[in-house]
Design a protein around this ligand. Structure first.
Ligand code: NAD
Ligand code: ZN
Length: 346
């Protein structure tokens, strides 16, 4: 089968991945599932992986097939798989877990002590077939096209997970700020809209992203390339600040906004990454705000997101590319030239 593989870390996205002919994956555990991949979203995390940004955090053996945002049709199942069978349409949560360690028993799937993360630690879905497991797949209704919904596997679940934590702290009349209305952010904004009565302010450096935010229900938008975000938020909230900020960028200039835009007792959720947090410790004491990390989401949250999608509460803006266009997608995302999400169709 054909697979888009990372052979060497590079900052040059025009040579990010190489299309190789490799063997179709084989089922090695009794709960294993091989999925024929129909759609695989390209995430900015793929750019980060190509740049070698994950080598300090996980073990990677190159060459490796990337792609952690997958949906398709079940092609083969291990002997102990009961919930899906050949021919079923599924969306694939990014990780394979053991189900029996303490975090798994607590439902904290992302903390599993025996975690495989196809596309990050094992071969992923920029290929004709993907090896995953029964716990990771959520069945899709027949009338849903897996290509249209694939980005929910990672962009969606991550945005929903962050939004759910924010919503737990939001009351009607509060303000939530979404920073970065790209692949993740355009979903996160809709999750906040669907699940809370807070006012939503969207921040981005691109007018096209802010237009999209407005279409998706943002109450107010700020272009941080031209406008003073702190002054705009202060004005919008009558100097109170935003109770919850969901940062889908996570660069130095966005994490630095927290002391000036988060309301007393509020949170700045770090979803995007690549930058640093440099604020004085005193700034967290004054006003008692917190930075909170976010890593993907739970299996059960993917079910909840699919339910929101079925209700028509969360739409995706996608564009489709073939497997051999993959480095073009990598470059375009790097240069901010993708609206919503690009989906590869292997
Ligand atoms: P994307 O490129 O599709 O979207 C990023 C958006 O942020 C774009 O609209 C861009 O214009 C905007 N932006 C860029 N710089 C900005 C700035 N300084 N201020 C305001 N807006 C800015 O990227 P994506 O695929 O949505 O990924 C977003 C981030 O989330 C990446 O860092 C990615 O690696 C990360 N991510 C995290 C997790 C997790 O589990 N925490 C999962 C998936 C992706
Ligand atoms: Zn486990």
């Amino acid at each position: 089968m054909q697979a888009a593989r990372l052979h060497a870390y590079t900052d040059d996205m025009s040579e990010a991945l190489r299309i190789d002919e490799i063997d179709r994956p084989e089922i090695t555990r009794s709960d294993g599932i091989v999925v024929e991949v129909q759609g695989a979203g390209w995430c900015q995390t793929d750019n980060h992986i190509v740049e070698g940004m994950w080598t300090d955090y996980v073990e990677q053996t190159l060459p490796m097939t990337l792609g952690h945002e997958n949906a398709g049709v079940v092609a083969e199942t291990g002997p102990e798989v009961h919930t899906v069978s050949e021919g079923d349409q599924v969306i694939c949560h990014p990780v394979m877990t053991c189900g029996t360690c303490r975090p798994c028993r607590l439902g904290e799937d992302m903390y599993c002590e025996n975690l495989d993360f196809p596309g990050l630690t094992t071969d992923g879905g920029f290929a004709e077939y993907l090896l995953t497991s029964e716990r990771a797949v959520i069945p899709l209704p027949d009338d849903v096209d897996p290509i249209d919904i694939a980005p929910h596997a990672d962009a969606g679940i991550t945005a929903y997970h962050a939004s759910k934590k924010a919503v737990a702290e939001l009351n009607p009349g509060d303000t939530a700020v979404v920073i970065g209305v790209g692949g993740l952010g355009h979903i996160g904004l809709q999750c906040l809209r669907a699940d809370s009565a807070a006012d939503i302010v969207a921040v981005d450096v691109k007018d096209a992203a802010l237009d999209l935010a407005e279409d998706l229900g943002a109450d107010y938008t700020v272009n941080s390339a031209t406008d003073d975000v702190a002054a705009e938020i202060a004005d919008y909230t009558d100097e109170v600040g935003a109770q919850q900020v969901v940062d889908f960028v996570g660069r130095d200039d966005t994490t630095a906004l927290a002391p000036d835009i988060v309301a007393a007792g509020g949170d700045h959720h770090i979803v995007g990454y690549g930058g640093h947090i440099h604020e004085p410790s005193q700034s967290l004491v004054d006003g008692e705000f917190s930075y909170r990390g976010t890593l993907v989401g739970k299996y059960s949250e993917l079910q909840e997101l699919v339910a929101l999608v079925e209700r028509g509460d969360v739409d995706l803006l996608t564009s489709r590319y073939t497997l051999d266009q993959i480095n073009e997608v990598a470059e375009r995302l790097e240069h901010g030239e993708i609206e919503g999400r690009a989906v590869i169709t292997p």
